[in-house]
Design a protein around this ligand. Structure first.
Ligand code: SF4
Ligand code: SF4
Length: 169
């Protein structure tokens, strides 16, 4: 049986991330470093396959936790200022409650660069500017975007969540 396209994309990203982290045990990304989740340029955009996976993670959360996420989603929908904090982030621990099911953009952040925008993470970019990490072969985010586009249209996380919440039982 062939893997689903999203699974193949995850595997490709995992390989790039592993090769960048190899021999760099002090790499900045790790549990508790949540600056990227706290300053998203926009509400996360997910394809249907990414949402289907994320929904699995959300479904396993406790009812209280989901209610809190629901409250944050609604507040984010009303927020016009940018950047935004991800409504899924556990702000006290800096952890992602759906880490295993997180969207592609969360997997590539810190390890991929875009032709016109460069690296997304300012913390890592500062290290590069200081002359470190010169030998890193960054992933190509333009190629990831093309693969995501081939998976279908994307919608804001808040829209996916609202439809899920309002689904008929
Ligand atoms: S991408 Fe940057 S902010 Fe995000 S976990 Fe990695 S080092 Fe931290
Ligand atoms: S889904 Fe998880 S990893 Fe992605 S921005 Fe939100 S809290 Fe961070």
């Amino acid at each position: 049986m062939h893997d689903a396209p999203l699974t193949r994309l995850h595997r490709e990203i995992d390989a790039r991330v592993a090769s960048i982290r190899e021999n760099r045990p002090d790499w900045l990304c790790g549990k508790g470093c949540d600056h990227c989740c706290r300053r998203l340029a926009e509400i996360p955009q997910l394809t249907v396959a990414e949402w289907a996976l994320l929904k699995e993670g959300l479904s396993s959360l406790a009812a209280d936790h989901l209610r809190e996420i629901s409250r944050r989603m609604a507040a984010l929908g009303r927020q016009s200022s940018r950047p935004v904090v991800c409504p899924l982030l556990d702000e006290s621990s800096g952890a992602c409650p759906v880490y295993a099911q997180r969207p592609v953009a969360c997997r590539t952040y810190g390890f991929y660069a875009q032709r016109d925008l460069g690296l997304y993470c300012h913390d890592i970019e500062s290290r590069v500017a200081a002359g470190a990490l010169a030998d890193v072969v960054w992933g190509n985010h333009d190629a990831i975007d093309r693969q995501l586009t081939s998976l279908g249209a994307s919608r804001p996380l808040t829209d996916w969540f609202a439809d899920w919440e309002n689904r008929p039982d």
